[in-house]
Design a protein around this ligand. Structure first.
Ligand code: NA7
Length: 542
């Protein structure tokens, strides 16, 4: 039972990370009233919760922010090539404060239900602490990574040391000095934790199931000259970013590996490796993710680098990915990641053929060995993309929940709107572009803005993606995925296909056509008067 009913608003927004803050700006421009709910006690969203040691962006800092506030961008202190988590938070706080956004946000308030009323075409939203509110529009900005996946190891609660889940990290720093630490998981998160904690723990043991192609990030501080040059380059940075396939501030390579010989392949890959980060994939060969020979060469190149960096040959071999192509799982960025295994206090254990059987009071046990630890860190991923909204208890037409619908058929037109859930726009919903998130979010929020303005102009009270349009979008997402080599990674459980969570149906959960093509699809939809949506009013009572 609600303990308090808040006054009705035009829009309820859930989340105050990049998506929620950008939505506040939009709703202000549209002159709509709003109530924003945020579970954390500050803005930041994913970046609020993921405060584990070593957390930082894998996108260059000057494009991991908003383009809508040019003034803030041009005076912002981009301290490093890749922004560290506390600095991402500082930026989002600055956005919220500069635009006086906090007045719209109720912090420390978790939404636990949303119910669509077909008679009034309104949503009723409830919160864990007993609030209730109705609104015409419901806009969720939950991100892809709001629900941690922790494997159900038997005995997990029996562990007498400290255990941490990376995305639920405490606010107080954890001291690893003099302690024996385990990290389970070597995805993008695990790799950042490993290279940080390895420097301070008495001993770090890494439990790896699937090795990844970790690219060297080559992070560095940005000097005043680089910052000055960036500030003069606003238009260019954002034009590149919004037209780039993965929303990075990079040019396409304009080069096909299929057209060059092996020596040239090698030369260009070396240059990409030295440039650091995703330049290895996106500024080398435009066909790396679709051409088998190019992909094989790029994958083998990384394996050779691993063997050259890691001194112990057996450890190097365990770190070499062999069962999926580069890109088949999301390549993490390392900053001296492989070098970490040359430290005398760091040990790698492969649990691929010798899985973790249970957590014990003193550590953990695989089939063949037992280990003792003071601290266990779970970097075991997320129920990504669909998980956050599916967990929010959202009831659409006919009381069907979005969890039920997406368990079978996780489709959303342009990655924002699922049939059967009118007036609900899920920023970064399933089948949104797989690309750096802030530019995708800005694009989707602009799309929602145009759609709302159109609906209001038409006097529509109900806006719903049609089944046909959502199906066509979903099929397009399938077609693009299948044109790449990425499905070859399926056996290694890539989270962006929903394959990492046991029991979750693997599906095409993202649009891989690139942000530039996505923006063209968005423009086509808007310029055509939103043919993929049905706009209507409440039925007139008989
Ligand atoms: P990921 O990429 O899903 O990584 C999770 C890791 O945890 C991965 O190495 C998994 O191995 C491992 N894992 C999961 N379950 C187990 C069990 N039972 N035993 C051993 N190891 C296990 O999540 P991240 O948080 O690293 O990255 C997600 C995104 O967040 C990332 O791409 C960034 O965009 C930010 P597996 O590979 O499944 O064999």
């Amino acid at each position: 039972m609600p303990t308090q009913t808040l006054p009705e608003v035009d829009a309820v927004v859930v989340g105050a990370g990049f998506a929620g803050l950008r939505t506040i700006h939009l709703l202000r421009q549209l002159g709509l009233s709003m109530q924003v709910f945020e579970a954390g006690d500050d803005v930041g969203g994913t970046w609020y919760w993921n405060r584990y040691p070593g957390a930082r962006t894998d996108t260059e800092s000057w494009a991991y922010c908003f383009s809508f506030d040019r003034e803030l961008w041009q005076r912002w202190d981009f301290r490093e090539r890749y922004t560290a988590q506390p600095d991402v938070l500082e930026y989002l706080r600055a956005v919220a404060d500069k635009h006086d956004m906090r007045q719209h946000i109720r912090f420390s308030t978790r939404v636990d239900g949303a119910y669509f009323d077909e008679a009034t075409n309104r949503w009723t939203v409830t919160t864990e602490d007993g609030l209730q509110i109705t609104s015409r529009w419901l806009i969720t900005g939950l991100g892809w990574l709001g629900i941690a996946y922790k494997p159900p190891f038997p005995g997990a609660d029996s562990f007498e040391g400290e255990s941490y889940v990376t995305s639920q990290w405490p606010k107080e720093p954890v001291d690893f000095a003099g302690r024996r630490v385990a990290v389970i998981g070597t995805g993008a998160t695990g790799i950042q934790v490993i290279q940080s904690v390895g420097q301070v723990a008495e001993h770090l043991t890494v439990f790896q199931r699937t090795p990844n192609y970790a690219l060297p990030g080559r992070n560095h501080a940005l000097g005043p000259e680089q910052q000055q040059a960036l500030r003069r380059d606003f238009e260019n940075v954002w034009e590149k970013t919004f037209n780039h396939v993965f929303a990075f501030p990079m040019e396409p390579a304009n080069r096909l590996g299929a057209q060059v010989d092996d020596a040239e392949l090698e030369r260009v890959l070396e240059a990409g490796w030295e440039a650091g980060g995703f330049h290895y994939i996106f500024e080398t060969f435009d066909d790396m993710l679709v051409d088998q020979r190019v992909n094989d060469a790029a994958s083998e190149f990384v394996r050779r680098k691993i063997r050259a960096i890691v001194r112990d040959p057996a450890t190097a071999e365990l770190l070499c990915p062999k069962t999926h192509p580069i890109g088949g799982k999301r390549p993490p960025l390392g900053n001296f990641y492989y070098e970490t295994y040359n430290r005398p206090n760091v040990t790698l254990v492969s649990v691929r053929d010798d899985p973790i059987q249970e957590i014990t009071p003193t550590g953990l046990r695989t089939r063949t060995a037992e280990y003792e630890f003071d601290v266990i860190i779970y970097a075991t991923g997320f129920d990504a993309i669909t998980g956050p909204l599916a967990s929010m208890n959202v009831h659409g037409v006919g009381d069907r929940t979005i969890a039920e619908q997406w368990a079978q058929d996780p489709k959303a037109l342009l990655g924002i709107a699922s049939p059967g859930f009118p007036n609900l726009f899920a920023i970064l919903g399933p089948q949104a572009p797989f690309a750096s998130h802030p530019p995708v979010i800005e694009t989707q929020v602009e799309l929602i803005g145009k759609l709302l303005a159109h609906a209001i102009e038409q006097g529509a009270e109900r806006v719903e993606a049609t089944e046909e349009a959502a199906r066509a979008w979903s099929e397009q997402c399938d077609t693009i995925l299948n044109a790449t080599l990425l499905p070859q990674g399926m056996g290694d459980r890539p989270w962006f296909l929903g394959a990492n969570v046991p029991g979750k149906k693997p599906s095409t959960l993202c649009y891989l056509g690139g942000l530039g093509s996505y923006r063209a699809a968005v423009d086509k939809e808007a310029d055509g008067g939103f043919p993929g949506f049905t706009l209507s009013r409440s039925p007139v009572p008989a």
